[in-house]
Design a protein around this ligand. Structure first.
Ligand SMILES: [Mg+2]
Length: 135
């Protein structure tokens, strides 16, 4: 197998039976997630604020949440706490543009299972999702 083949295998996961809720308010970030996740065949649900995220989580059988922390109406920390009250077993991966110290702790304290710093690299996104979805 060529190096290229190995890389493709790492990036191309089959998650056709998985439902991923992406909570993101910025269009350009949505485009990135759509491009990255489309190939995996996962069902993608979109929410643009924390309140909508909680509603969608209640109404669907979600396998994983990708949660932006800076959101309108209700922030990602609050939404994560609410989601974890509903089902603590569903992994919530936070994504944030803020890299200040203390952010990671705040994030874990809210119940997030992992943390991605923006700009998110494709390989890191796929590695992190694989950790939680390929079980
Ligand atoms: Mg945001």
């Amino acid at each position: 197998m060529t190096d290229n083949g190995t890389l493709n295998n790492m990036l191309t996961q089959n998650w056709e039976n998985k439902v991923i809720l992406v909570v993101e308010d910025i269009d350009t970030n949505k485009i990135f997630f759509d491009a990255a996740l489309r190939k995996t065949k996962a069902k993608i649900l979109w929410a643009i604020d924390g309140k909508e995220a909680i509603e969608m989580f209640k109404q669907n059988d979600v396998d994983l949440v990708l949660m932006d922390l800076q959101l309108p109406i209700m922030d990602g920390y609050t939404a994560t706490r609410e989601i974890k009250k509903i089902n603590p077993d569903v992994p919530v991966i936070a994504q944030t543009a803020h890299v200040m110290s203390g952010e990671r702790e705040k994030c874990l304290e809210a119940g997030c299972d992992d943390y991605l710093a923006k700009p998110i690299r494709l390989q890191i996104l796929m590695d992190t999702l694989s950790k939680f979805l390929n079980t």
